[in-house]
Design a protein around this ligand. Structure first.
Ligand SMILES: Cc1cc2nc3c(=O)[nH]c(=O)nc-3n(C[C@H](O)[C@H](O)[C@H](O)COP(=O)(O)OP(=O)(O)OC[C@H]3O[C@@H](n4cnc5c(N)ncnc54)[C@H](O)[C@@H]3O)c2cc1C
Length: 475
């Protein structure tokens, strides 16, 4: 068979691959896409969008139950899981259709891609030849490593998203963002939930973030067993028993179901990367340099298959950069200073841009921190949404904002103000000159900024009346 020739072949048509293909075509390249299907990508089919559709229902249920604090008595609440599941399926279908319409504007080869040489790829009977390749094959659920887990049976995130009935009790293994979001969903929908984590919830975050979330979960009846080591899993009648070792000794936790949420691994299976001269590992995925090139310089890798960020906006950004480098022959390097921003959609929501305090301390960066609690913030009090806090870390040298964290209502929206501020390298005193409407949740950012500025002896020019808010209620 005569090979088909392109400038760029993109392997994987998820969020990252699709963005790469579009960018390469806009630059005038001939581009083909390859995907095993089902088409749509993780975010749409089994990730961000279905999970957020389900969380909308559990959040609404929680708000209805809590409305009595605002003098609104909803009476008894009930859930209709088949309806919730059907609503989610409908949304996923429409998002996928939209994506597929876009994918179909490219030559598409449906099937599993496998390299046969550095410049040739086999897909079924077809051989595709290209000057450059962009690998964007995503990730898969990490294989079960706990003894007995595979025999006992378990739910992974794909299965939780497909539930039509909520189990009576669930043990969640893991404390990352999927574990927190879907664990809280299961709890709010009626399951008794126990979370077992090796160190702490969201262990890459600062301790005050993990602690605030753990306390909020405890108030809702979610038990978090931190500092636990998984020993083995057994079946006993209709129950699954998780045996763990903790600092207080051995413990067994029984539940109807286990939600295995110990992460994802890069999807490199079957790609035959050896034939292309592309270095990779089972955990680290395709190894790339700062400009997203693999060890074969004309082959790029982006998104989850590179195992670093596991975030959609990063996969898209990397896809665009890799496409420019592939087509223009440039050496553009993604800048993750603000792009590593991320959010967790549990309640309280969590979001961060830039550095955490942990990272600043590890890098021995000199910084000041300003912090303000939602419990002290007038607008949050009027809404009855007083969980959590905001904090800003600023450079001691010049007041530039190095990082910001928000734990609380609308954190995933509120963080964008700090992303914009950091994009423009704003300093805390410059940030204070930006108007904030009153009363809004967003104005809470002014307090940690003022606190940082006060510590640094900075004042917004012309703002003689500015007061430094370090305590007390803001109204
Ligand atoms: C439950 C859950 C919730 C999430 N929520 C969020 C969130 O709120 N926000 C966020 O930013 N991220 C979230 N994520 C992560 C996010 O979905 C991923 O980081 C992102 O979708 C990865 O995009 P990608 O392009 O790298 O890979 P994918 O979208 O997975 O695309 C990979 C594509 O490659 C194809 N493919 C695989 N192997 C081959 C092969 N051999 N040959 C050809 N094609 C192949 C697949 O069919 C697929 O279409 C969530 C993930 C999960 C699991």
């Amino acid at each position: 068979m005569t090979p088909e020739s392109y400038d760029v072949v993109v392997v994987g048509a998820g969020s990252g691959g699709y963005a790469a293909a579009r960018t390469a075509r806009e630059l005038g390249a001939s581009v083909a896409l390859v995907d095993t299907g089902p088409l749509g990508g993780l975010c749409i089919l089994r990730g961000c969008m279905p999970s957020k559709a389900l969380l909308a229902s559990s959040d609404a249920l929680y708000d209805a139950r809590e409305a009595s604090a605002l003098g609104v008595h909803v009476g008894s609440t009930s859930i209709d899981m088949p309806f919730i599941a059907a609503r989610k399926r409908g949304l996923v279908r429409s998002f996928a259709e939209y994506r597929i319409d876009g994918i179909m504007t490219f030559p598409l080869h449906e099937g599993s891609a496998s390299f046969i040489s550095p410049n040739e790829l086999r897909v079924g009977d077809a051989v595709l030849r290209a000057k450059s390749f962009i690998i964007a094959t995503g990730s898969v659920v990490a294989p079960p490593v706990v003894p007995g887990l595979a025999d006992a049976g378990y739910l992974d995130s794909d299965a939780v998203l497909e539930l039509e009935r909520i189990p009576t009790s669930v043990v969640v293994l893991g404390g990352g963002y999927t574990a927190c979001e879907l664990g809280q969903f299961l709890s709010r929908m009626g399951a008794r939930v126990t979370m077992i984590v090796r160190s702490a919830l969201l262990s890459h975050s600062d301790e005050d973030v993990s602690e605030t979330l753990t306390e909020a979960f405890a108030r809702e009846g979610i038990e978090v067993i931190a500092g636990a080591r998984l020993e083995r899993i057994e079946r006993s009648g209709n129950e699954k028993i998780v045996r763990i070792a903790t600092k207080d000794g051995a413990r067994a936790v029984a539940a109807e179901e286990i939600f295995y949420a110990l992460g994802r691994v890069p999807n490199v299976e079957g790609l035959n990367l050896e034939a292309a001269g592309v270095a990779y590992g089972p955990v680290r995925g395709v190894e790339i340099d700062a400009a997203l090139r693999s060890s074969a310089k004309h082959i790029f890798a982006i998104g989850d298959v590179t195992a670093e960020f596991l975030l959609v906006h990063v996969a898209i950004y990397q896809g665009e950069v890799a496409a420019r480098n592939a087509v223009l022959g440039t050496n553009e390097k993604p800048d993750y200073r603000t792009f590593s921003a991320h959010t967790v959609f549990c309640d309280p929501q969590i979001a961060r841009v830039g550095k955490s305090e942990k990272a600043l301390q590890a890098a021995k960066t000199s910084y000041v921190v300003g912090r303000y609690d939602f419990a002290e913030h007038g607008k949050a009090m009027t809404l009855g949404k007083t969980k959590g806090f905001v904090k800003i870390m600023a450079d001691t040298k010049n007041g530039e904002i190095l990082g910001a964290t928000v734990v609380g209502a609308q954190a995933s929206e509120l963080i964008h103000e700090m992303i914009v501020a950091m994009h423009y390298h704003a300093g805390v005193e410059e940030f204070m000159r930006i108007p904030h409407l009153h009363p809004t949740l967003a104005e809470i950012w002014t307090y940690p900024a003022e606190e940082c500025a006060a510590q640094l002896g900075l004042k917004a020019p012309g703002d003689e009346q500015m007061e430094v808010a370090t305590s007390g209620t803001s109204t």
